[in-house]
Structure formats: structure tokens, C-alpha cells
Ligand binder design. Structure first.
Ligand SMILES: [Zn+2]
Length: 270
């Protein structure tokens, strides 16, 4: 069984110490997939200076030499891998970036170019900002041959570009969900990779304020019973002592099983 961690929102505004604070006793055991914003436009959240919440100014990550140097060093030490997390992560009138931006294809292309130039690492995973993706957004990700790491990816065939595998995958998700006794409205993380013609998808279990050790242990145990894999998704900037404690205990729980392999998220798609 594979177990991975994804951490979102590293960008120009991230100080290396913020990642170090959360992962220094984790990433030698579990490499963290750091979903990085290549050209962040500020929005309202902890860790972004207030004057940039609405300034609209894009900040390429390459302009923050400290975070770039740290990411390069940690990636070389296999403590982390880098995924693409939107292009600017900005919100539009009509929705989040990959729901409402007029040019998702350009954003994926430029995003990959920015990150590979700054960090010198291949990018194979896309994490949608706010886990939100329109049909066009998904088509852009798939066209770039990036795999998709979501959280609680809802499976509405109408929200997907049509391809033959959509129907088969929809049926797979539906069957496993029904067998678990859940209705369509109940939260459900499908524990296997869904493969499409040009990309694959995997859903993560969120670690956010309010998530308990039991929530994640139950998610892990269910994935385990089903013979699936398990990935935790969080944001370093909201991991306080309580969440860190939850993360540590869940990883300790997973590590008790001899067949659990802690892997970089890229390996979930192998
Ligand atoms: Zn984000």
C-alpha cells in the first residue's frame, strides 16, 4: 500500500522556515509533494501580506531566491517533489482560477515553464487551486499530460471532456461508493487511480482545521480494506501544533503496517 503527502500553496510568499517547521521530522520518512504556484497573485490568506490581497500584482517564484534555493536543495535530497498548483492562484469573478480563467491552456504551459526553469525539476502533477476544475480546465491539464491530484474529486461526467473511459470510470466510482453504503451526497474519496487517455487522477484526504486523527485513520483503513492507496493533502500555512500532531499520529499509524510504503505522490500514478 502506498501512502503519500501533498502540501499546497508554496509560492513567492513562502519562507523556507515555514515548510521546515511542518516537515522537518516528516520528509525524511515521507517525501512531500509540494504543489507550487509559479506566479502568485495575492489573495486573502495567512502568510500573504495584506497589501497584496487585492493588488493584482503577479509574483514569479523565481524572484524569491530563498525559497527557490531551499526547494532545489530539498528536492535534490528527495525530501520533496514539485507539482503545479495553478498559475497565479487568483480568483476570478466567475470562480476559481481553473474554473474561470479565460486561458487555462496558456496557464498550464507557462506554469510548467516557470517551475522547471526556476527549480530544474520535471513536473508531472497538477493540483487545482481550491480543488476546483471546469471542463476546460481539466482539458488543459490533460492536454499537457499532467496527472491530477485532487481532494474529494467529485465525479460528474457532465463536468468532464468526453472520452470513452469516462463512462467506465464513472461506473467504477459509483460501484465502490454504493458498496460502502454512501449516497451521492456523502463524502467519498475513491482510493484507486482513475486512468484516462492522456492523464490519470487520484483523490486525497484533506487535513484542515477540524480534521481529527480518527477521520484520517478511518480514511486510511478504508483505503486499505479496499486494496487502494492513501494521500493526505494539507497547507503548511494552516498546520498548527494540533494539526501537526494529527499528521504525526496518522503517519505513525500507517507505519505500523509492514506493507505500507511511503512514497512521493508521483509514484501513486506509477
Ligand atoms: Zn491552493
Amino acid at each position: 500500500m502506498k501512502v503519500a503527502i501533498r502540501d499546497d500553496d508554496t509560492c513567492y510568499f513562502t519562507a523556507p522556515e515555514e515548510l521546515e517547521r511542518v516537515y522537518r521530522d516528516v520528509w525524511d520518512q515521507v517525501p512531500v509533494c509540494v504543489a507550487t504556484v509559479p506566479c502568485a497573485v495575492g489573495y486573502e490568506r495567512a502568510g500573504i501580506p495584506k497589501e497584496h490581497w487585492r493588488s493584482g500584482i503577479p509574483f514569479p517564484i523565481a524572484q524569491n531566491r530563498d525559497i527557490v534555493a531551499a526547494l532545489r536543495q530539498w528536492a535534490a535530497a528527495r525530501r520533496l517533489t514539485v507539482a503545479l498548483h495553478g498559475f497565479t492562484h487568483e480568483d476570478f469573478r466567475g470562480g476559481y482560477e481553473f474554473q474561470a480563467a479565460p486561458d487555462p491552456d496558456r496557464r498550464v504551459r507557462d506554469g510548467i515553464a516557470h517551475l522547471t526553469a526556476a527549480l530544474g525539476r520535471p513536473i508531472s502533477i497538477f493540483v487545482p487551486p481550491h480543488n476546483a476544475l471546469s471542463k476546460r480546465g481539466l482539458a488543459a491539464v490533460s492536454a499537457a499530460r499532467l496527472n491530477l491530484l485532487g481532494s474529494f474529486l467529485s465525479f460528474r461526467p457532465t463536468l468532464r471532456p468526453w472520452e470513452l473511459r469516462t463512462l467506465a470510470n464513472w461506473w467504477r466510482v459509483r460501484t465502490v461508493r454504493a458498496r460502502s453504503g454512501r449516497s451521492k451526497r456523502d463524502r467519498f474519496v475513491y482510493p484507486y487511480v482513475l486512468r484516462y487517455r492522456h492523464h490519470a487522477e487520484f483523490g486525497c484526504h484533506s487535513l484542515v482545521p477540524g480534521t481529527t486523527e480518527a477521520d484520517l485513520v478511518n480514511g486510511f483503513e478504508e483505503a486499505r480494506r479496499l486494496g487502494g492507496d492513501f494521500c493526505i493533502a494539507t497547507h503548511y500555512w494552516e498546520v498548527d501544533a494540533t494539526l501537526k500532531d494529527v499528521l504525526r499520529k496518522v503517519l505513525d499509524h500507517c507505519a505500523r503496517y509492514a506493507d505500507v510504503r511511503f512514497v512521493a505522490a508521483e509514484e501513486l500514478f506509477a
